[in-house]
Design a protein around this ligand. Structure first.
Ligand code: PBG
Length: 330
């Protein structure tokens, strides 16, 4: 029998494979999440996230210089707040001289071109480890939105470029947009975590910030009343369309690798840029396997990030950003 169609023809040589390659991963696809703490010249490793550190502002600025020179154009900021600054309202989040505000100013001064995307959520500031204010044992959606608006305006005043609300309250994109407009921050954008699932893959991150929901019978034990149920897919499309209608500039899907079906469906549905969060637990799995010699670290990183892009991501939030940038630059 004569075979007319042979798919292997175009796989014959590296040059031919390069010519027909559909997805090209570049350093411009990455956003590096960064953990900041008080102090100076301080750097602490984060357990379960080999190669990732909490750093004081001075060392964070140094790291941002290095990231930008490697081709990474965006950072996503998270603060480790001391317990005595936490309460139910999260009001430290809009302290003009708070850790986040000072970090933003310091990065802007040193690396003005870096796109600064602070996390907008109350959990690192909440004594209960929740993204919402608690009222009678329940998350108070609308009171939380008011807090998120105050936080956003304060971060915009400090010089942030794009707000990244990760809380999953209803209506917060519209509220934040209105707050920014009313205060003259018409050019400050919103990257909305539109479809963020209640996921066990956030474990290492919560350890890094000490931000897991607290054991307390008067507060919800998990985040399932606001983050999405991982059994659902159509609901994600609804969440995305609502955030687009409310004025989001970029849409986030989170986690990444186990949720690429959602990324692909959202890609087919909207034309706004899509961000995908390759979360802490995904990073931890890869690192654990690599440290055991069970996976080739470098190849597995490049493959996973390329596949996230192939699914439809325009940008990828990943703890492997720096490592991947170094690999791509060589
Ligand atoms: C909280 C927040 C979380 C992450 C980013 N922002 C954790 C959570 O929702 O509990 C997770 C990131 C990661 O695991 O890498 N607003």
């Amino acid at each position: 029998m004569i075979i007319n169609s042979r798919n292997r023809r175009l796989r014959t040589t590296p040059a031919l494979r390069a010519l027909v390659q559909e997805t090209v991963l570049t350093t411009h696809d990455f956003v590096m999440p960064i953990f900041v703490m008080e102090g100076s010249q301080k750097q602490e490793p984060i357990s379960a996230m080999p190669g990732i550190f909490r750093r004081s502002i001075d060392l964070t600025v140094q790291e941002c210089r290095e990231l930008f020179s490697l081709g990474i154009k965006g950072v996503n900021l998270y603060m480790k707040v001391s317990e005595d600054l936490k309460d139910n309202t999260g009001k430290e989040a809009w302290n003009k001289n708070g850790l986040m505000q000072n970090t933003i100013k310091a990065i802007k001064d040193a690396v003005p071109e870096m796109v600064i995307m602070p996390d907008v959520a109350l959990d690192p500031y909440s004594m209960y480890g929740h993204d919402g204010i608690i009222n009678n044992g329940k998350i108070d959606n609308d009171a939380t939105n008011e807090a998120l608006v105050k936080m956003s305006v304060s971060l915009a005043e400090a010089g942030a470029d794009i707000m990244a609300p990760s809380d999953m309250m209803d209506g917060r994109v519209a509220a934040i947009r209105q707050g920014l407009e009313e205060n003259g921050f018409t050019d400050v954008g919103i990257l909305s975590y539109a479809a963020k699932y209640a996921s066990s893959f956030y474990g290492p991150f919560r350890t890094a910030l000490d931000s897991a929901p607290k054991e307390n019978q008067d507060v919800p034990k998990d985040k399932k009343t606001y983050q999405m149920d991982f059994h659902n897919s159509r609901e994600a499309l609804d969440e995305v369309l609502k955030d687009v209608a409310e004025g989001a500039d970029i849409i986030m899907i989170k986690p990444g690798m186990p949720y690429l079906d959602i990324v692909s469906k959202v890609r087919d549905m909207i034309d706004l840029p899509i961000a995908v969060y390759n979360v802490s637990g995904e990073y931890a799995m890869l690192k654990a396997a690599a440290q055991n010699g069970w996976l080739d670290n470098d190849k597995a990183i490049i493959e996973s990030l390329t596949c996230i892009k192939r699914a439809g991501a325009d940008m990828i939030f990943t703890y492997a950003a720096k490592e991947a940038a170094i690999l791509l630059n060589n």
